[in-house]
Design a protein around this ligand. Sequence first.
Ligand code: TXA
Ligand code: MG
Length: 313
Amino acid sequence: MNNIYQNTHQNMQKAAATIKNGGLVAFPTETVYGLGANVYNAKAVAAIFAAKQRPHFDPLISHIAEIDFLKEYAATDERVFALAKHFWPGPLTFVLRRIEENPSIDLACSGLRTLTVRMPNHPIALDLIRRSGVPIVAPSANKYQSVSPTTAEHVADGLGDKVDMILDGGACKVGVESTIIDLTGKNIVMLRAGGTAKEDIEEFLGEKVLLSGGDPNLPTAPGQMLRHYAPHNTLRINITTPESDEYYIGFGSLNGNLNLSPSGDLKEAAANLFAYLRLADSAAKSGKIAVAPIPTTGLGLAINDRLQRASYK
Ligand code: TXA
Ligand code: MG
C-alpha cells in the first residue's frame, strides 16, 4: 500500500477535502511530520487519538496560517502578538487561555481551559491549512511514545493504513518538535524544549523564561512522559567511550557508526536526531545504542530532552 502523495495542486485539493470531511492527513512541518485533522470535527480528532494509541488526557496543538485567527480562538494580549509576529511561522507553540464559546474543541484540548497553537514554517503545511479553511490539530505522526517522524516514509512505517493521505515534503529541516511556552501567567514558562532556542525568546523579550519540571508551582505539559521518543533497542546517553558491541552515535570530534554533526553544529544534530535513532535501531545488531554527550545550549536543550526520555527505562 502506498498512501504517500506529492504536493501537486490536485493532491493538495484532495488533502484539504479529506481534512474538511473528517479524514486524517499526515503532513510535513519544519519540525516533524504531523497527523492532521479538522479541529472542529470531534470524530476526526478522536480518530487521531485512536491511530496514535494516545491517551485522551494528552491535548493536541492547533496549527493556523494567519496570526489574526488567534483572536477567535484564545485570549490574547500584546505579548502574544509580539511573539507571534517575531517567531511565526516557526517552531514555537503558545499555551493560551481558551475563550468560552468553543465547546467543539473540547476533545482537542483534553477538556483543559487552555489550548495550544502554532503557525508552522512549511509551505505544504500552510497551504493545507489555508485550503482546508480550518485550524488543523496535529500531534507528531507516530505511535504514542515512539520516535517522531521526520520523513514521509517514517510516517508510513509507523501509521501507514491508519492515515488517509501522507503528504511528502522530504526531510524536516528542524527535526525536533516545537518549543512550547505557557503564556497564561505573568512569567513565561517553557513546557517543552524544542526547535526555538530558549535564549532567542529571552533575548527578544528581555526577560527570563522559566523552566517547567521540578517546581510543582509551575505549569507542565500533560504529554511530557518520562519515556518517550523511544527506540526498540536500549539507549545509553552522554557516552564518550562506547562498549565494543554498542552502536555509537557520535557528535563533533567523537565519531561513531553515525555522527549527528561532525562540525558540532546543534542545528544539524537536531535535524539528524530522529532519523539516526531509527537507523541505529535497525542497524544495532547487539540491540544496544550509545550516544555521545551533546551540549545543553541552544537546540542542545531539546536534543538532550529527547535523548533522556528515549533512554528512560
Ligand atoms: O513541532 C510540533 O509541535 C509537532 C508538529 C506536528 O507541529 N507537534 C507535536 O505535537 O509535537 P505532540 O502532540 O506530539 O506534542 C504536543 C505537546 C504534548 O506534550 C501535549 O501534552 C502538550 O503539547 N500540550 C498540548 N496542549 C497543551 C496545553 N493546553 N497545556 C499544556 N500542554 C499542552
Ligand atoms: Mg509527539
